[in-house]
Design a protein around this ligand. Structure first.
Ligand code: SF4
Length: 155
């Protein structure tokens, strides 16, 4: 898995102060996408064990409280990312059970493969659907266009 950016303290992507990882790899090709540099699966940097460990350390850092982890991209549910993201979300829920996980994907929840659903099973909030420029609305919270849906799960 590759990633394009990691923000250890982020107040923009999801509720509360969070850690946010932007993975690489997206096949949706949305017109007007702000993150075209993340489309290639090998864009950015290799996601290492050291960074995975860092994310866990950041989430459990008592000096700056983080409410949880946000996963964006690119697309965290792209086939190239499923193994790495599943390992990460599994670990977050095991080692940081009080933290929530948010995930943005261009796939629609109803169409997920079993492998994608296995990741979503660990996620608390999913924002799904492609970005549709003609439905874009800057007033929307957590999403770029009105077709996208926010799904909150109670675990
Ligand atoms: S799903 Fe997101 S990253 Fe992928 S093309 Fe659409 S807007 Fe860009």
């Amino acid at each position: 898995m590759h990633y394009s950016a990691y923000h250890s303290v982020d107040v923009i992507n999801g509720e509360g102060t969070r850690c946010t990882l932007f993975v690489s790899g997206c096949e949706h090709g949305c017109k007007g996408c702000y993150n075209q540099s993340t489309w290639r699966v090998d864009a950015g940097h290799v996601f290492s064990q050291a960074l995975e460990d860092q994310i866990i350390d950041d989430l459990t850092d008592t000096r700056i409280y983080r409410r949880g982890l946000s996963l964006s991209g690119g697309d965290p549910l792209h086939s190239a990312n499923l193994e790495g993201v599943l390992k990460l979300v599994t670990r977050v829920k095991q080692e940081c059970p009080d933290k929530d996980i948010w995930l943005w994907t261009g796939y629609q929840l109803a169409d997920l493969t079993p492998q994608q659903q296995a990741v979503v099973n660990f996620v608390d909030v999913v924002i799904d659907g492609k970005y549709e420029q003609e439905k874009a609305d800057p007033e929307l919270l957590w999403r770029g266009s009105s077709n996208q849906q926010i799904h909150r799960f109670t675990r």
